[in-house]
Design a protein around this ligand. Structure first.
Ligand SMILES: Nc1ncnc2c1ncn2[C@@H]1O[C@H](COP(=O)(O)OP(=O)(O)OP(=O)(O)O)[C@@H](O)[C@H]1O
Ligand SMILES: [Mg+2]
Length: 140
């Protein structure tokens, strides 16, 4: 595991001007490292959606990205309200985004389905009132 690189990002709550910065930083780092375009694209989409969800639905949090020669692991940990029904939240089109957020173009209910689609492995660990941790892996 000497080949592992780790990056940390703090995600501030309700800051739409900065939302997406962490995922775009990871995207450019992976490109510079010469990671395949397909893996870069999968990470960029999956991490962006998770990052935006932390801003919209939670109170921000922390993202850790581990990069090895074989895979990219993203751990998104927030201190938000938790997800009461993961099965429902995973359904395409399901969203609890308020009107103010929808008017900014979010709230199609496609974030979690796309995180699942573009990652090779995804686990959601959520506790009501405490927060949500999502682990996604993209194989290189
Ligand atoms: N980190 C989170 N904490 C609490 N609830 C969440 C979190 N992420 C998602 N959810 C819940 O799951 C629902 C579905 O999430 P999803 O990302 O699929 O859609 P959305 O964020 O509402 O819209 P879109 O991602 O298309 O802009 C959200 O509306 C919200 O209720
Ligand atoms: Mg979303």
């Amino acid at each position: 595991m000497t080949d592992m690189m780790t990056f940390h990002y703090n995600i501030s709550p309700d800051d739409f001007t900065r939302a997406g910065e962490a995922s775009s930083d990871v995207k450019s780092k992976l490109k510079k490292m010469g990671v395949t375009p397909e893996a870069v694209r999968k990470v960029a989409i999956a991490m962006y959606e998770g990052e935006i969800n932390m801003v919209i639905h939670a109170k921000g949090g922390e993202i850790t990205v581990n990069i090895t020669p074989d895979l990219i692991e993203m751990i998104l940990a927030d201190v938000g309200p938790g997800i009461p029904d993961i099965g429902l939240a995973m359904q395409a089109g399901y969203s609890t985004a308020p009107d103010a957020v929808r008017s900014l173009g979010f709230g199609a209910g496609m974030g979690l389905p796309n995180m699942k689609k573009y990652s090779d492995d995804m686990e959601i660990d959520t506790v009501i009132g405490k927060g949500t941790t999502i682990r996604m892996v993209v194989n290189i």
